[in-house]
Design a protein around this ligand. Structure first.
Ligand SMILES: Nc1nc2c(ncn2[C@@H]2O[C@H](COP(=O)(O)OP(=O)(O)OP(=O)(O)O)[C@@H](O)[C@H]2O)c(=O)[nH]1
Length: 824
């Protein structure tokens, strides 16, 4: 293999690499080299590709991450093309008559463009195996796509599709298909998310049975504590005012279903106290109507904190997690306001501030885009620009504010009418109608009947096989795969819960989600310490525990946010007994676990990264005594119990971590991960749990965490006080400057954490991140932005030069700021 001036010869494939060269036109020396077969023009500034038709021997053409607005027509003369990359441009239209000429095409990447339709002659590409169309504006997927016999991989996620052609799935070669984030009605998104097998079965069920057209809207009530969420939720459900006493606070989440005209509303009432936020991410799902309830009496005009707590916190969290949602702000307690003037002023203040916060977010995203365009080398940041485009493309709709008295019948009726009008609005909810084979509805109603007729236990926890046989007693036979499809669908819309991706729970179906949530709330609740104190003596005895143990549990929980497994078991038992569940030892064990093995609840808590087993931190205690063969080795007393779980969100301070870490130093290796609009609630604590399961030992505080590996300390810090919110990663700079392996191990550790962070961020599609390293010269405020990393290159090649200079002229070694470390 020989390489010279971007010219690479690999056997018969002569390749020219002209990527990342800021090119605006294709250089003449490239156009003259007519025997090249691979041309890489990735990450340039090409607006067209004039002259490319001379390169008739091209088999692979890479034009991704350029500035193409139109499809380059000359490409149709490149008859030998097998691979064509046009992703991340701004192409709006592809005329007919191009693909009919490109019959050898095997791979076509068109994702992240502005296409609203595909030409029908794409069907001429009979050899096409990979077709990438994600992140476009496609409203329909041509039948032509179904005429590609060799198609193996098709990506159409993040478009505007409402239907998929059934014939496409008759192609047995199709093995990879992604269609998320489309608002599909046929098959519904929840069916598509089940994968190809489920989609194929869906179409076959439709062809052999009748279809039902379902109009169901998940309606989530969010808002701070005592805003009036439960009052509205229950009143809307009953159709008349229901008074909720203050003592009857929502603990966790409550669910109910209501039929109004053609629509079925699935109401989810979220508790407003902060301790419950950490389970919200489990339940907040896309395509819902969010009713944001604001107590107008307690709302204070001109007080940024009040706006933050009552309004912006909720809107931002919806915006980050389910960015395409519709939010209806509802002000309550108007009867408690002084006069109509107060109501009017508060309403106006909230509306103005909501607009301001959304505009501000957009302006900051635009500013970032501008910075990249003007100050940096855009080619090195094109993936980030593309992500900025995607994030700004999401359209959170905040409807007009409604002010009501939640205790007044006329106001409840008015709100009900407004909600109905809103879900009937095709612009807001374009594909609310979902088409389903009859068997989906039949299974759903037979599960309901089984519960009503007490054929399944009241707690609604059943095994998959038992459910299958119960349903089959009532119905004409359905097989296990059909049942799994339907359960998967019902889980996604929130009617039942079935966690098939947790191996230990694959056989367990929670047909009554409210029971599962009730279980969650035994542990995740605002008054947990009090609950611990309330465990009665007779229950303590059942676990061979004494009052002094209970005292220790309270103390450990208070001090370290650790909850002993025995205490957890007893809390669950206490709650089960309170719910009047029959005292069934086996069931208790199944849920609460035993001394030897954690129960189903603990598995769920761990799966959702709400807690971490403390024993993970014990084996590598850095304070452990040195072992010497002739003396007895005594383990030091650990402050943290072994058989317990730590809940970082219950921690109150950072004292222990700060004490272990000491002062920050100006020459620390330091990375800031900025998150816009803000750090989502719960993200940092989940990051801690991920990181602590990677590194032991660790010390955890509310906004800080310290981990140790290879005798290196790494500090993670959440900075959310200021407008700019970021997560900071800090390590001491290796002292032996000559030893590059020291740098490499430090950077390896940082990169491992950044990978965990990136994985976590995927769950907040509306979140925008930038990573930078602050200049290490004392007093300098400049930052070094992290460029994109090519899929093919290592982080260690992201910045190639050995020295870098900040905007204020300070030059320093690259490994102080970016992953670098000479290979050893
Ligand atoms: N006067 C008046 N009282 C209201 C109104 N809306 C709710 N309330 C009362 O306010 C109190 C709190 O209402 P909830 O519906 O429990 O509030 P929530 O938002 O569900 O509270 P959490 O469960 O803590 O999240 C209850 O006593 C309600 O009766 C209203 O519009 N006017």
């Amino acid at each position: 293999m020989a390489r010279q001036n971007g010219n690479l010869n690999t056997g018969n494939n002569k390749k020219l690499d002209y990527s990342k060269k800021k090119l605006k036109t294709i250089p003449s020396e490239v156009l003259e080299d007519t025997d090249i077969s691979i041309l890489d023009l990735d990450r340039n500034r090409l607006k067209d590709t004039l002259g490319i038709s001379t390169l008739t021997n091209l088999r692979e053409l890479i034009l991704s991450r350029n500035e193409l607005l139109d499809f380059p027509l000359e490409i149709k003369q490149l008859f030998h093309l097998e691979k064509l990359y046009l992703n991340q441009n701004k192409i709006q239209n592809i005329p007919e008559g191009i693909f009919s000429q490109l019959q050898k095409l095997e791979l076509l990447k068109l994702s992240t463009n502005r296409l609203s339709k595909l030409p029908s002659d794409i069907s001429c590409c009979k050899n096409l195996q990979h077709l990438g169309l994600s992140h476009n504006y496609l409203k329909e997927l041509n039948e032509a796509v179904a005429d590609l016999p060799k198609l193996k991989e098709l990506f159409v996620d993040n478009n505007r599709l409402s239907e998929l052609p059934a014939r496409l799935f008759e192609n047995k070669n199709l093995t990879t298909f992604r269609a998320a984030a489309n608002r599909l009605r046929e098959p519904p998104d929840e069916v598509c998310a089940g994968g190809l097998k489920q989609i194929r079965r869906y179409f076959s069920q439709l062809s052999s049975s009748q279809a039902d057209y379902i109009h169901r809207v998940k309606t989530m009530f969010l808002g701070s504590s005592m805003a009036g969420k439960s009052t509205l939720c229950r009143s809307l459900q009953e159709g008349k005012v229901v008074t909720v006493s203050v003592a009857d606070r929502t603990v966790g989440i409550e669910i109910s279903e209501v039929q109004k005209e053609d629509f079925s509303f699935l109401f989810w009432d979220f508790a407003g106290q902060e301790e419950y936020y950490l389970t919200h991410h489990v339940f907040i799902t896309p395509q819902a109507l969010v009713i944001l309830v604001i107590n107008l009496k307690s709302y204070s005009i001109g007080d940024p904190q009040s706006f933050k707590e009552e309004v912006s916190f909720w809107i931002n969290n919806v915006l980050m997690r389910v960015p395409d949602s519709v939010v209806l702000p509802v002000g309550t307690h108007i009867d408690k306001c002084e006069n109509s003037e107060e109501i009017k002023e508060k309403k106006a203040d909230i509306e103005i501030n909501i607009k301001k916060m959304l505009d501000e977010r957009e302006a900051r995203l635009e500013q970032r885009r501008k910075n990249i365009r003007e100050k940096m080398e855009p080619a090195l940041f094109s993936d980030q620009t593309c992500r900025l485009d995607q994030v700004t493309g999401y359209n959170l709709k905040v409807l007009d504010f409604i002010a009501i008295d939640g205790t007044n019948q006329a106001d409840i009726e008015y709100l009900q009418a407004q909600i109905l009008e809103c879900v009937q609005n095709k612009d807001l909810f374009p594909n609310i109608e979902k088409k389903l084979p009859r068997v989906y509805q039949t299974v759903e109603s037979s599960i309901r009947d089984l519960l009503k007729d007490h054929k399944v236990p009241d707690h609604g926890i059943v095994s998959l096989n038992a459910l299958l046989s119960d349903i089959n007693c009532k119905l004409t036979k359905i097989d296990k795969d059909d049942l799994k499809d339907i359960l998967r669908y019902l889980h996604r819309i929130g009617i039942i819960m079935w966690y098939e991706d947790i191996p230990a729970l694959i056989d367990t179906v929670f047909v009554k989600p409210s029971f599962l949530i009730a279980l969650f709330k035994t542990i995740v609740r605002h008054d947990l310490e009090n609950q611990l104190k309330k465990i009665p003596k007779d229950l303590l005895m059942s676990e061979n525990a004494l009052v002094k143990h209970r005292r220790k549990w309270v103390e450990d929980f208070h001090r370290n946010a650790t909850l002993h497994n025995t205490a957890m078991r007893l809390l669950v038992k206490m709650s089960l007994l309170k719910e009047n569940s029959p005292e069934d030892e086996d069931f208790m064990e199944e849920i609460a676990g035993t001394k030897q093995e954690g129960g189903k609840l603990l598995r769920l808590l761990k799966h959702f990264e709400i807690c971490l087993a403390t024993k993970l931190s014990n084996p590598l205690n850095p304070d452990a005594m040195e072992f010497s063969p002739d003396s007895l080795w005594k383990m030091p007393q650990s402050a943290i119990p072994n058989d317990a779980c730590m809940f970082p969100s219950y921690l109150k301070n950072n004292d222990l971590v700060s004490q272990k870490w000491g002062e920050d130093k100006v020459d620390d290796i330091n990375i800031h991960i900025y998150l816009l609009p803000e750090i989502p609630q719960g993200l940092f604590h989940r990051l801690i749990i991920k990181v602590c399961s990677l590194y032991a030992p660790h010390w955890v505080g509310r906004e800080k965490c310290l981990v140790i590996s290879n005798a290196k300390c790494l500090l993670l810090k959440e900075n959310h006080e200021e407008d700019d919110q970021f997560i900071e990663i800090r390590c001491r700079r290796p002292q032996k400057l000559v030893s590059s392996i020291e740098f490499q191990t430090t950077w390896d550790m940082i990169l491992a954490i950044m990978c965990k962070m990136a994985k976590l961020e995927e769950q907040w599609p509306g979140l925008c991140r930038t990573v930078c390293s602050p200049c290490t010269v004392n007093g300098c405020s400049a930052d070094f932005d992290w460029p994109d990393k090519n899929e093919s290159e290592s982080f260690y090649d992201m910045v190639k030069q050995d020295m870098v200079t900040c905007d204020n002229g300070h030059t320093q070694r690259t490994e102080f700021l970016f992953p670098k470390g000479r290979k050893v």
